[in-house]
Design a protein around this ligand. Sequence first.
Ligand code: AMP
Length: 214
Amino acid sequence: MNLILLGPPGAGKGTQAAKIIEKYNIPHISTGDIFRANIKEGTELGKKAQEYMNKGELVPDELVVEIATDRLKADDCKDGFLLDGFPRTVFQAEKLDEFLAGQGKKIDHVLDIDVNKEELMIRLTGRRVCKTCGASFHVVNIPPKVEGICDVCGAPLIQRADDNEETAANRIEVYNNETKPLIDYYEKAGNISHIDGTIGLENVFNAIVDILGE
Ligand code: AMP
């Protein structure tokens, strides 16, 4: 099962991704996570990506395509994968299709999770993530049991550098300008489904399972 999760920042892609990979036993490939890991390790790639990420801009296509396709060559992707945050431009989608065609593969489903801008801003600016295990919380909607501490592993929670008001607003705008055209791209390919991302995380997941099948 070769899947793409599409949707604006804050739509809940990361949360749904965790549930999807558990149920369908496929690897989760998040280009944002790959960049953040590189920033943490201080690699050259991390330094390059950080300049763009801090402003809420997209990392240049060539760089992202190389990172993503390299990851897709790994053995654990041979029976399927879940892409989260990639592709984000039509160029990236075309390069992905070319790469997969070269391997005799294709995208089976694109899951488009939609949430309105006001709700996205509330979700992004209130989001807190665990530095260690990546679990995600919200100061109001999903508060941790102890303020500032991860329920899962006990490590401190942080605010992502790009979740401040200004950068979050820019990321939503970049999504509308650069990534939303992908909906048309996959509409033409005929393999996209739209899911209302405001119906609660269990209901969103049930809708996804309805689409993908048990
Ligand atoms: P995410 O964790 O998916 O919200 O990504 C965080 C940031 O990483 C984005 O705002 C971009 O700066 C960068 N990024 C992640 N994936 C991509 C991509 N496919 N194309 C360009 N930039 C990306």
